[in-house]
Design a protein around this ligand. Structure first.
Ligand code: LMR
Length: 397
């Protein structure tokens, strides 16, 4: 049967990992895949995570199944981390949360859940959006479209065009939004724009599917989650896909959650039954180790404080790198156009340079960016800022 298959084109981001590995230049710089790196180019295990793992090793009594709902203490912690204590939707019992294999698992389950309610339901994603949104959500069988979000040439948001496009969508359309640290642009809506979006979704009967993969890496844990809290307060239905890959550095452990905010408590219970059934028929149950680490950190005030401090240090490092890179770019001819990097948030910015310039960055300067010209600021050693600025200015012309 396999003779019927033709090889698929390689995944663009995974392709960069391979191209980077094949480059023998000692000064090569990987700004492709979105992982945090320290000054030495390492993606370290956070100290709080390591301590929690030691605790687990000493105290874990079983490796028995966790059930399709996953680790329930983890779900409770994530719900509170995202929505905050005392959120009215939680107080009303209209929130339900299921542990998933990473944020990807959460997005896919959310898409499958939507499909169960309405076949042929339409989903819109921002243009541009994270490269995996379309395959993940579209792969569930939903009808996918996009709304204008960002103009890469000028490095600016397009809030008016976005609003106009969303106003025209039929009720029930799912609108995928990034709560913070928009991937790939680093450009987030401001508070007023979020309020307008909440009002628009309410008026038009649109349902937000919020991707929250970078909580804590933009403005901080509370401010980054604020848009989700606002939407959950103002709208009857919201879906949220949460990832612990970046803010706990648990990438390969695959730790995430899907949160469903429903119109009432009865619907929350029904939704949970569907989420569990969907999980069961796809992967049965999520892995426990990463979620257990998060729970161990949350349950220990000293570890929780250590984790928050480490996360804050990562956030500040990214913010500082942004300022330095924008300044270094601006110090040379033609570099002023990249000033937007300073004001954006999170790990990514889109350089807005053409594909041949991205290719030249790799071929001539051994700097690997995503094909859409996205760079991972969090992958940049401070000592390389100047060199990167020179390379970008050279290829951008
Ligand atoms: C990224 O955008 O680079 C990360 O979210 C990693 C991934 O899976 O694509």
């Amino acid at each position: 049967m396999f003779e019927l298959l033709e090889a698929t084109p390689p995944d663009a981001l995974l392709g960069i990992i391979a191209a980077f590995a094949a480059d023998s230049d000692p000064a090569k710089l990987d700004l492709g895949v979105g992982v945090y790196r320290d000054e030495l180019g390492r993606t370290p295990v956070m100290a709080a995570v390591r301590a929690a793992e030691r605790q687990l090793l000493a105290t874990e009594t079983t490796k028995s199944y966790v059930g399709a709902g996953g680790n329930r203490a983890f779900a409770a912690f994530i719900e509170e981390l995202v929505l905050g204590p005392g959120h009215p939707a939680r107080a009303a019992g209209r929130v339900t949360t299921l542990q998933t294999p990473g944020g990807c698992g959460a997005l896919r389950l959310a898409a499958d859940l939507v499909l169960r309610t309405r076949h042929g339901a339409r989903v819109v994603v921002s243009e541009p959006t994270w490269a995996n949104h379309r395959p993940l959500i579209g792969g569930a069988g939903l009808d996918l479209d996009s709304y204008p979000y960002y103009d890469a040439a000028s490095g600016t948001l397009l809030p008016d065009a976005m609003q106009e496009a969303l106003e025209r969508l039929p009720a029930g359309t799912i609108v995928v939004v990034h709560a913070c640290c928009h991937n790939p642009t680093g450009a987030d809506l401001d508070a007023d724009q979020w309020r307008s979006l909440a009002a628009l979704c309410g008026r038009r009967g649109l349902v937000p599917l919020v991707d929250l993969a970078y909580q804590g890496l933009g403005r901080g844990l509370e401010l980054d989650a604020w848009p989700v809290r606002l939407l959950a307060e103002r709208l009857p239905e919201v879906l949220v896909a949460v990832s612990c890959s970046k803010n706990f550095g648990l990438y390969r452990e695959r730790v995430g959650a899907v949160i469903a905010v429903t119109a009432n408590a009865a619907q929350a219970a029904i939704v949970m039954s569907h989420l569990q059934a969907l999980a069961r028929r796809m992967y049965s149950m999520p892995p426990d180790h990463g979620a257990a680490i998060v729970v161990a950190i949350a349950a220990d005030p000293a570890l929780a404080a250590e984790w928050r401090a480490e996360l804050e240090a990562m956030r500040l490092r990214i913010a500082t790198l942004r300022l330095r890179l924008a300044a270094a770019l601006g110090a040379g001819p033609g570099g002023g156009r990249f000033g937007f990097i300073a004001g954006q948030l999170g790990m990514f910015s889109l350089l807005g340079i053409p594909p041949d310039a991205v290719a030249a960055l790799a071929a001539t300067h051994h700097v690997y960016a995503a094909p859409d010209s996205r760079i991972n600021i969090a992958g940049l050693p401070e000592a390389q800022v100047e060199r990167l600025a020179v390379a970008i200015r050279a290829v951008a012309g």
